[in-house]
Every structure is written in structure tokens, then in C-alpha cells.
Design a protein around this ligand. Structure first.
Ligand code: ZN
Length: 348
């Protein structure tokens, strides 16, 4: 049976490849990479048609997993990242994706027509995304260059502060209303992205920054990998007013598979049920409608339920939706079509 094709709102596979080092990181993706959630052979067999490939400049000092594992504790934001450091990592990760493209593994898609053409020809459609705008200078010169390289989606912040705004900490049982809103440069960046045709991603942004984007942006509001705060009250998840703002803009949310953002107790535990993922999707469909929900796995950046395990487990989630009574047409929208639609309405 042919699996239902799906498009993923967020993965950190480029970070996994960067960390693997060595001269041929693109071959790891194309031939298969043990220990990763996504590589090309498994993406193909699972029905993955494409996704947003994040460039994430990790903290230079300290341990990323200790920052993220601070769920439930008062873990501070990691230190700011210098422009030059962020740019070096960003160029490295963009280069990996370009080499994968050159070797035939993906097509870097600059608009929705390219996404559709890539999917139709059986090539994995990749949208270049940066998770945190640390590599962008406040005169937006590097934005011009990254746009020319194919960048079409920007998360203003990761879970730290930068020149544009402030992210939420990895903290459970709190509201995301922590810290200040966007800087003037951040507001300029929102307008620049609107006029260039670059999607803005609100995942990781704090509530004040979210309000600023909602007030300024004339495009659908999108959170590529976030869940429902009413089910799992993590600072990374979306509260009722945030979901209402996204719905009003005809925007979209991608379900994050990270167990710490799924579970009511905020704990990262592999023995988390697929049923809980379905509960979040139910709540998202209720708040956003059938056009406003997709997948945003966070593969290669988070601990996902053992029942999913990696990209080959996504069909189990789609089957769980069918079993729950979702019609096939709706499952196909959640799996793929909603992402392509919102991309078309924000980027072109
Ligand atoms: Zn993230």
C-alpha cells in the first residue's frame, strides 16, 4: 500500500549532519544515517514528500540537551550568539543542503509551484528555514544573500534573545508571556519578510513578540512546531488567544512530536502514546479549522514517542487519525496540503 504523502513543518536534520562532520555529510543523508530520525531512504519509504529543513545555530558553549532537558525547571535562556559565529554555522548548514540537492537528494524549493513540481517528480521538496535569525545583520545584507540562496522561512528567534526578539525558555507550567516584545529591528524584519515573500515562524517566540508580529504582519501567522498549551502547559506551546490569532489570520500550526511538549506533565519520555498526539491535533483542528493544522515533527531535534521512533513512524500517526474517524481527505490536508497552501499564501 502506498503511504499517504506528508510534508513536515520542522526538522533539525541539517544539525545532525553538521555534527556528523567529515567531508561527505550529503552522502549520509542520501545513503542512510543511523542515529538520525530522517534520511532519504527512510523518508521515501515513509511517504515523506518534503519539509522545512531548519538551520539552527546551536549554543557555542554549554550542552544543548541540558538546556532543553530543563523542562519543569527554571532553566535560563542560553547566552546570545554573535553574528559571525551564527553566520559561520548557517553557511555550513546551508552548504550541506545544497550538496544534498546537487547529489539529487532534495530540491530546494523557492515557491509553492516548485514544491508541487518537486513532489510530482518524486524528489523530496526542501524549504530552507532558519531557526533563530542570529545570522541576519540588522541592515539585512545577509538576508539578501540567504534569500538568493533559497531561504524562504525565518523563525525570528530560537529559545534565547537576539537582535530581533526574545524566545521562550524551556519551562513547563508557565505561560509564554515572558520577556519583552520585538526590537525595532525585529519589527523591520517582519515587514521585510512580508515584502520579500519569506514565511515567518512564531514557534519559540515569546507572547509579547507574538503580539507584535500579529499586529504588523499582513500574512498568515504560522507556528511550524508547537502544541496546545491547554493540554501541555509548556512555554513552547500556544495559548488560546494565540491559537485564535492564528485562526483569524488563516494561519497554521504544525504538531510538534517532542514528548515534553505533548505530555501534560511536560516530561520527556519515549513511552508517550500516539493517542496524545491525536488529542493535540483534535484541539488544533477545533481551534484552527481543517485548513490550519499540519505536522511539525522536530525530528532530529527532540525526543519523540517510541511508537513513532523516526520518520518511518509518521504513517502510524496518520493511521491513528483515520482510526479516530478523520476522513481521508482531511488526513491528506493535515499531512501535506495545508503546508503547501500556507506556503503559497505567504511566499507565492
Ligand atoms: Zn525548535
Amino acid at each position: 500500500m502506498t503511504p499517504i504523502p506528508f510534508f513536515d513543518g520542522h526538522n533539525d536534520t541539517l544539525l545532525k549532519l553538521l555534527e556528523a562532520q567529515g567531508p561527505n555529510q550529503e552522502r549520509l543523508f542520501i545513503d542512510g544515517m543511523s542515529g538520525a530520525h530522517i534520511d532519504l531512504p527512510r523518508a521515501r519509504s515513509a511517504g515523506m514528500a518534503g519539509g522545512f529543513f531548519a538551520i539552527f545555530p546551536p549554543p557555542l558553549k554549554g550542552n544543548l540537551s541540558s538546556v532543553i532537558a530543563g523542562a519543569g525547571q527554571a532553566s535560563p535562556l542560553p547566552p546570545d550568539l554573535a553574528l559571525a559565529d551564527a553566520q559561520a554555522v548557517t553557511l555550513g548548514m546551508a552548504s550541506i543542503l545544497m550538496r544534498i540537492e546537487k547529489a539529487g537528494g532534495v530540491a530546494i524549493c523557492r515557491d509553492a509551484a516548485a514544491v508541487r513540481a518537486s513532489i510530482a517528480s518524486g524528489v523530496l521538496a526542501a524549504i530552507l528555514h532558519i531557526e533563530g535569525a542570529e545570522a541576519i545583520d540588522t541592515e539585512f545584507r545577509s538576508l539578501d544573500v540567504l534569500y538568493a540562496a533559497g531561504l524562504r522561512s525565518i523563525g525570528l528567534v530560537w529559545s534565547r534573545a537576539n537582535a530581533f526578539g526574545t524566545g521562550v525558555p524551556f519551562r513547563h507550567n508557565v505561560d509564554p508571556d515572558i520577556g519583552p516584545g520585538l526590537s525595532d529591528a525585529g519589527k523591520h524584519l517582519v515587514r521585510a519578510c512580508n515584502s520579500m515573500g519569506v514565511m515567518l515562524d512564531l514557534s519559540h517566540l515569546n507572547a509579547a513578540g507574538f503580539r507584535d508580529v500579529a499586529a504588523i504582519s499582513d500574512k498568515p501567522l504560522v507556528a511550524t512546531h508547537s502544541n496546545v498549551h491547554a493540554i501541555s502547559p509548556h512555554a513552547r506551546n500556544l495559548t488560546a488567544w494565540q491559537l485564535a490569532a492564528i485562526a483569524e489570520s488563516k494561519g497554521m500550526v504544525g504538531l510538534n512530536f517532542a514528548t515534553g511538549f505533548l505530555r501534560p506533565d511536560g516530561v520527556m519520555r519515549a513511552d508517550t502514546e500516539i493517542e496524545l498526539m491525536v488529542r493535540h491535533i483534535d484541539a488544533l483542528v477545533g481551534a484552527l479549522g481543517e485548513d490550519g493544522v499540519g505536522l511539525g515533527s522536530d525530528f532530529d531535534g527532540a525526543m519523540v514517542p517510541a511508537a513513532i521512533a523516526d520518520v518511518t513512524g509518521v504513517p502510524k500517526l496518520l493511521q491513528a487519525l483515520l482510526d479516530k474517524g478523520y476522513g481521508e481527505a482531511l488526513v491528506r490536508k493535515i499531512a501535506l496540503e495545508n503546508w503547501v497552501s500556507v506556503f503559497e499564501r505567504t511566499v507565492g
